[in-house]
Structures are given as structure tokens and as C-alpha cells.
Design a protein around this ligand. Structure first.
Ligand code: EPU
Length: 421
């Protein structure tokens, strides 16, 4: 497995173009299962997770190929709506085929994703919603088997216990072909949900309220294929914002939707970072001392859990003590011991990490077991004195397109070292 080797100390300066959003692309690719014909998706990031999703679609019987940032999917009726363990274990988001498959075929079997490095991550809300729409659910041999005795899902009112992102996406994709009206209450409000609804509506669906906590869907008989360009990745953007600020740099992020990053921008401004809209982008600049700033992760429009680790590194460079509280996932502080090995001073007590700003950090060999934690270690490496080797870049390649090229273009000394375990 490749490593990333970083010589820390450079201020990041220049311009970086933000890629398409991984977490928007994944459910949208699955939506191709809902309508036969030729779909074209543009601005799709070249990432391991996207490749895994394309593999899953091909396994199901569709054609799916990526050329640069364009993914073409040729959709047709598939023989067996089954997502096997071999693919689901590579990526939890494979569960996003469940809603479209049940909507289209009245049945599906999907390997249960199980827990992962950041928490238990059950899918009970996805299943509860499908049951409310008339599906029968059975868990057997590690698979969830869903069957709709009536053949077609029926619209229902579904109240989610928590605003789950992929759960909302699965139920939304299921409801578009159901008979009658579905209301999703306490729906997730993330921009990726709005984007999925936009695509479904382009395909001929009738979805209202996406981006709010009540989404209504009037089911239709059939949908058409779509040509669509994916929104920018707000978490990739936030990661470059944190890196720019932590290195006291000055970076213009191009092709970003500012409204998707309000919570992150507000916290950075509180810390003393200049965050300004510029054209279709955001300029982030910082110098001198930054102020310790507390954050608590929350569903959108709150501070995203996917930015918690990167913001924590920024707080390691601030003056004073900040408290970082994680409310979404129970095990999302794996970066803390690694950051402490680099000279950070972070204590974790339950869901809250207390971060004391330090004068400097030192390079080390570090490793993390999830995507955003790994990204935080890259930022720490950019800040630290000396050499940092971030092992298992595998995780970063799941979610950051050409990360070493983008940081190098901003003046960082960073290279991919192939082939280490
Ligand atoms: N939850 C349940 N039951 C359910 C569904 C969720 O208890 O049926 C709980 C989860 O265990 C968690 C909370 O609800 O504690 C929220 O989880 P959610 O379902 O919203 O997370 P997700 O849909 O599995 C997506 C992103 C994650 C991101 C979270 C939170 C995708 C493909 N993944 O996951 O992204 O952290 O929302 O915003 O959209 C990443 O990109 O690195 C990543 C992990």
C-alpha cells in the first residue's frame, strides 16, 4: 500500500480546484438503476469509492465506465438484485443500491454492511422506512432480504429517529417509484440529499422539500435517464480550508458552493481565519495567532462530523484550549493518539476532546483507519517540522482526488511513496 511522505513547514499558497462530491456521486450513480437507458454523470471524482460503486453496478448487470470525470452508465433490467458481501465490505455506501432496487424490482438482497472504524452504523432506519412502504424484511446469513409482496412499494408517512444521510437517500430513491405519496419526516438536510432530489426530478420524479427536514414524494410510473454534473465536494473544500489556515497560508479554492460550508466558515472566522467569497470560490488566509474555538458536530446545517478531525489539527495550532465534541459517531477520535505522537496535546473524555494549542508539532510515521482521520494526519504533516509518513494512503484515495498533486501545487513538499505495507 502506498504512503504519503510530507516535509512540513511550507505555507500553502495558490489556487486549488475542488472536485465533485463523493457523497453526492454515490447515491446518484445508484439512481441509474431506476431508469433504463444511457445516463451520463459529469464532474464525478476519480476515487476508489466511485470505482467500487461502478463495479457494483456492473456486477448487477449495468454498464458503468469512467473516463476522466465522466461516468457513463447504461442501465437495463437486471437479472438478480443482489449486492454481495465482497463488494459491500469494501464500501458501506454500497447499501445505497437497496432503495433503487426495491423500488424497481420489488425485491433486493444486500449484504449487511456491519460496523466500521468510526462506529456501529446500523441501517435500521432504512429498513423501517421500507417496511412502512409495504416491504417485508428478513435478516439471514449476513444479508438483508427485502421483498414487497404487493410487487410495488406504497407511499407512506415515515418519521426517522435521526436524520440519517444514506437512510434518507435510500428512502427517497425508493419512494420515487412507489404508488402514491410518501412523506419523510426528520429527513437529513445535507446538500447531497438536495442534489439527489435534483437528479431524481430531472429523471421525471416528483420530489419536494429536499434540503428541509420534511420531504414529500409523489410516486410516478417510470423515470428517464439523465445527464447531470455533480456538485462540488464541500468536505474536500473544508479540508483544504483547514490546511490553508493551519499552515498560515493564503489559498483560493475554486468551484465551491459557499452556502454548503457556512458552519465551517463561521468557526474558522471565529478562530481568526479570513474566509471570503471570491468569484465562484472561497479565499482562506491566516497569519499569526489563532483563537481556540469550540465545535460540536451536528447534522447539516451544523458543523459536519466529516470536518471534525481536520478542524482539530487547526486547533492544535491555535492559542489556548478548545473543546471538540463529536455527536454523530461514537468512535471518531482515532486520529487523536496519532496527533499526540506528533506533539499535539489532546485529551479525550467520552465524546469530547480537549485540545491545547502547541508551539509546534513534529513529523512522525502515522496511520489512521478512516478517510477523514487520514486527511487530518496529512494536514498535521504539513504543519509539523520534519518528515511525516502517512501510512495506508488507501483510505485517503477513497475520498480525495489527486491529493498529493493538489497540495504540491500549493507549495507543499509531498510525494506518494509506492508499495509500503
Ligand atoms: N444511524 C442509525 N440507524 C440508521 C442509520 C444511521 O442508528 O439506520 C446512526 C449512525 O450510526 C450514526 C448516525 O445515525 O450515528 C448518522 O449516520 P448517517 O446514517 O447519517 O451516516 P451515513 O449515511 O452512513 C453519511 C456519509 C458519511 C458521513 C455521515 C454523517 C455517505 C456515503 N456517507 O454516512 O461520510 O460521515 O453521513 O454526515 O454519504 C465520509 O465521507 O468520510 C463519511 C464517513
Amino acid at each position: 500500500m502506498d504512503n504519503l511522505r510530507i516535509q512540513g513547514g511550507a505555507r500553502l499558497e495558490g489556487t486549488v480546484r475542488i472536485s465533485g462530491a463523493k457523497n453526492a456521486a454515490l447515491p446518484i450513480l445508484c439512481a441509474a438503476l431506476l431508469a433504463d437507458g444511457d445516463h451520463r454523470f459529469r464532474n464525478v471524482p476519480q476515487l476508489r469509492d466511485v470505482r467500487t460503486m461502478a463495479k457494483l453496478l456492473r456486477h448487477l448487470g449495468l454498464d458503468a465506465s469512467q473516463d476522466g470525470n465522466v461516468v457513463d452508465v447504461v442501465s437495463r433490467r437486471i437479472p438478480e438484485p443482489v449486492a454481495p458481501y465482497e463488494l459491500v465490505k469494501q464500501m458501506r455506501a454500497s447499501v445505497l443500491v437497496l432503495g433503487p432496487l426495491v423500488a424497481r424490482y420489488g425485491r433486493a438482497s444486500v449484504s449487511l454492511p456491519g460496523g466500521c472504524a468510526i462506529g456501529a452504523r446500523p441501517i435500521d432506519q432504512h429498513l423501517k422506512g421500507l417496511e412502512a412502504m409495504g416491504a417485508e424484511v428478513e435478516l439471514k446469513h449476513g444479508y438483508v432480504h427485502v421483498e414487497v409482496p404487493a410487487g410495488r412499494l406504497k407511499g407512506a408517512e415515515i418519521v426517522l429517529d435521526m436524520p440519517t444521510v444514506t437512510g434518507t437517500e435510500n428512502l427517497l430513491s425508493a419512494a420515487v417509484l412507489a404508488q402514491g405519496r410518501t412523506t419523510l419526516v426528520n429527513a437529513a438536510r445535507e446538500p447531497e440529499i438536495e442534489e439527489l432530489a435534483r437528479v431524481l426530478n430531472k429523471m421525471g420524479a416528483d420530489v419536494e422539500g429536499a434540503g428541509t427536514d420534511v420531504i414529500t414524494v409523489q410516486g410516478v410510473e417510470s423515470l428517464q435517464p439523465v445527464d447531470h454534473a455533480i456538485i462540488p465536494d464541500r468536505i474536500e473544500a473544508g479540508t483544504y480550508m483547514a490546511a490553508a489556515a493551519a499552515t498560515r497560508g493564503n489559498v483560493l479554492l475554486e468551484g465551491v458552493t459557499f452556502e454548503h460550508l457556512e458552519a465551517v466558515a463561521a468557526k474558522m472566522r471565529h478562530a481568526g481565519v479570513a474566509v471570503e467569497r471570491e468569484g465562484d470560490g472561497i479565499r482562506v488566509a491566516a497569519e499569526g495567532e489563532l483563537r481556540a474555538t469550540d465545535i460540536t458536530t451536528a447534522p447539516h446545517p451544523g458543523f459536519p462530523t466529516d470536518m471534525q478531525a481536520q478542524f482539530m489539527v487547526l486547533m492544535c495550532t491555535a492559542t489556548g484550549q478548545s473543546r471538540i465534541t463529536e455527536t454523530i459517531f461514537e468512535n471518531r477520535f482515532m486520529h487523536v493518539p496519532e496527533l499526540n505522537r506528533m506533539g499535539a496535546e489532546i485529551d479525550v473524555d467520552g465524546r469530547t476532546a480537549t485540545v491545547k494549542g502547541v508551539e509546534s508539532m513534529e513529523g512522525a510515521q502515522v496511520m489512521a483507519t478512516d478517510l477523514r482521520a487520514s486527511a487530518s494526519l496529512v494536514i498535521a504533516g504539513l504543519v509539523a517540522h520534519g518528515t511525516t509518513d502517512v501510512l495506508r494512503v488507501y483510505h485517503i484515495d477513497r475520498g480525495y482526488e489527486r491529493i498529493e498533486e493538489k497540495f504540491a501545487a500549493l507549495g507543499a513538499t509531498i510525494e506518494r511513496v509506492p508499495g509500503h505495507a
